[in-house]
Design a protein around this ligand. Structure first.
Ligand SMILES: *Cc1c(COP(=O)(O)O)cnc(C)c1O
Length: 313
């Protein structure tokens, strides 16, 4: 299979004075070190899906993503490592004729065949279209166009992905009542897995990195729990107050926080998810959201990309 560079990933203490004053401990679970090109939660979520693809005899993976999708790059690299073909449907037909950005170039370099779709067709293909066609109908359509393939959802979050992410808390020793395991939330697959993998008493906190996800993201996590485990869990919640203005937005205060954190702790921070998560955790702690004695474990779900101005080693 796709071997991890490091397993289990390191757990490092990151409690600074401000946190210590509130009686809160912070650790980082360095999942960014899992794999250099299938990093963090992408590796966790793809693992069981890749095993299923191979078991079911698939020779081709198909998935979706935006112009800078980490998920697309990860699928491209993982597919190649397993000798599978991959197809990436990219949101935005205008990108077809434009010079490839670094992210799409990396996906293509790993052997992924890209096709560019207008936004409405993209939504239909992902099963979220205005026609109301279900995911199943959309998938049948894709199989007709692209031949037999394993279709992975946008962002890679399905039931198997949640099962993969449940390995994260399984690598954390001695979790109990005082523990809160924190992660960023894009589609919710990582949070769903973490919550499902926690022992009784411990809780999960997700920080939404996009704006206006209230209700929708909670429903997604619940849907994944039902699909993967046939039940719901009540040990998690999503914070919707630290999205920094929306997906991909990095306000000046967040950038400054990230640079300061990198300088103090020597860990380079991916900005759109990881820096937002850590800023949120610090903000919540300062506001007294966690009782003294709480031990927070923030999952570093990915690596900085070339647009992140990290200066840490
Ligand atoms: C893709 C990604 C996420 C989003 O995870 P979900 O499971 O979709 O919620 C979080 N962090 C990083 C670094 C990512 O690349």
């Amino acid at each position: 299979m796709l071997e991890p560079a490091l397993s289990p990933t390191p757990l490092i203490d990151c409690t600074d004075e401000a946190l210590a004053r509130t009686g809160v401990e912070l650790r980082l679970k360095r999942d960014d070190l899992l794999h250099p090109s299938v990093p963090g939660n992408k590796w966790r979520k793809l693992g069981p899906n890749l095993s299923a693809a191979v078991e079911q005899g698939h020779t081709r993976l198909l998935t979706f993503g935006g112009a800078y999708s980490t998920h697309l790059r990860a699928v491209a690299v993982a597919a190649r490592a397993l000798g599978l073909e991959s197809v990436g449907l990219v949101r935005g037909e205008e990108l077809a004729g434009a010079p490839r950005n670094w992210s799409l170039r990396a996906a293509e370099a790993a052997g992924m065949e890209l096709a560019f779709l207008p936004r409405s067709a993209y939504r239909e293909a992902t099963g979220r279209g205005a026609s109301g066609a279900s995911g199943g109908t959309a998938e049948a359509e894709l199989q007709r166009r692209w031949g037999p393939c394993l279709v992975l959802p946008e962002g890679g979050s399905n039931a198997l992905a949640a099962v993969g992410a449940a390995q994260i808390p399984a690598e954390l020793p001695d979790l109990g009542e005082r523990d809160v395991v924190c992660c960023p939330v894009g589609t919710g697959g990582t949070l769903a897995g973490i919550a499902a993998g926690l022992p009784p008493g411990a809780r999960a906190l997700g920080v939404a990195v996009l704006r206006g996800g209230q209700g929708y993201l909670e429903d997604e996590v619940t849907r994944l729990h039902r699909a993967a485990y046939g039940r719901e869990f009540d040990n998690w919640r999503i914070d919707h107050d630290h999205h920094g203005g929306g997906y991909g937005r990095v306000p000046a205060a967040l950038a400054a926080f990230a640079e300061d954190f990198e300088r103090r702790h020597g860990v380079a921070l991916e900005r759109r998810y990881v820096a937002k998560l850590l800023a949120a955790v610090h903000g919540l702690a300062a506001a007294g959201a966690f009782p003294p004695g709480t031990r927070l474990t923030a999952v570093v779900t990915g690596l900085p990309d070339p647009s992140d101005e990290g200066s840490a080693p």
